[in-house]
Design a binder for this molecule. Structure first.
Ligand SMILES: Nc1nc2c(ncn2[C@@H]2O[C@H](COP(=O)(O)OP(=O)(O)OP(=O)(O)O)[C@@H](O)[C@H]2O)c(=O)[nH]1
Ligand SMILES: [Mg+2]
Length: 222
């Protein structure tokens, strides 16, 4: 159910290896509207309250992409310092990113580069959408935001308050996540998998060695 708080068992990230599971993360400064956007998409509603996301909220959604059912987890967290302590697992196995700024607060736009740098440290290749939120509140005089162009990222002008472009944003994010998962594997994933396999092989070898030594050292049965 949308809005459920993440329970430890739901944080088992192995499930994202299965074909029908994708993970989409939300990034951006505090109060840019990350939570409101997900809520608007999932519940088609908007309650203008000021509550900041506490630690981590997982929103679950079932989508259909090209006739196939896809289970989508949207990961949402607070954009403030609290985020710092959990970044590695937040990015782990993510298939797409929605990176939000507030068109009314320039600093949130400036900070995109910090978010983007961190995203690319953990997930060098996943699709990332840049989102200009709160366009209901200002007169958009064809403002141009170079950040998205500079990194060749798609830019969406949206409003969680009145719903402008919200469905389009999330539908496209889901499609991108699915196609990323089907068509390419992150190089980092491959390297990590490789390392995991090597250490497993090593463990197996060590175990066989120990067994063999045990057999030699123990006296033969009389
Ligand atoms: N006018 C307007 N206000 C919005 C919009 N989206 C969000 N807000 C308001 O902005 C504030 C912050 O929204 P949140 O969704 O809680 O922001 P957040 O990015 O999740 O913040 P953290 O959880 O602290 O990281 C709330 O008061 C919302 O009502 C929008 O599209 N238009
Ligand atoms: Mg939030």
């Amino acid at each position: 159910m949308a809005g459920d708080r993440a329970k430890p068992c739901e944080l088992d990230q192995e499930k994202y290896d299965a074909d029908d599971n994708v993970k989409i993360i939300c990034l951006g400064d505090s109060a840019v509207g990350k939570s409101k956007l997900v809520e608007r998409f999932l519940m088609d509603g908007f309650q203008p309250q000021q509550l900041s996301t506490y630690a981590l909220t997982l929103y679950k959604h079932t989508a259909t992409v090209d006739g196939k059912t896809v289970l989508v987890d949207f990961w949402d967290t607070a954009g403030q310092e609290r985020f710092q302590s959990m970044h590695a697992s937040y990015y782990h196995k993510a298939h797409a990113c929605i990176m939000v700024f507030d068109v009314q607060r320039k600093i949130t736009y400036k900070n995109l580069s910090t978010w983007y740098t961190e995203l690319r440290e953990f997930r060098p290749e996943i699709p990332c959408i840049v989102v200009a939120n709160k366009i209901d509140d200002i007169k958009m005089t064809q403002k141009s935001f170079n950040f998205a162009r500079k990194f060749s990222l798609p830019l969406y002008f949206v409003s969680a308050a009145d719903g402008t472009n919200v469905v389009k944003l999330f539908s496209d994010a889901i499609r991108l996540a699915v196609s990323y998962k089907q068509n390419s594997r992150d190089f980092m994933d491959e390297v990590l998998q490789e390392l995991e396999n090597i250490s497993l092989e090593q463990e197996e070898e060590d175990m066989l060695d120990r067994e063999q030594r045990g057999r030699i050292e123990s006296p033969p049965p009389s």
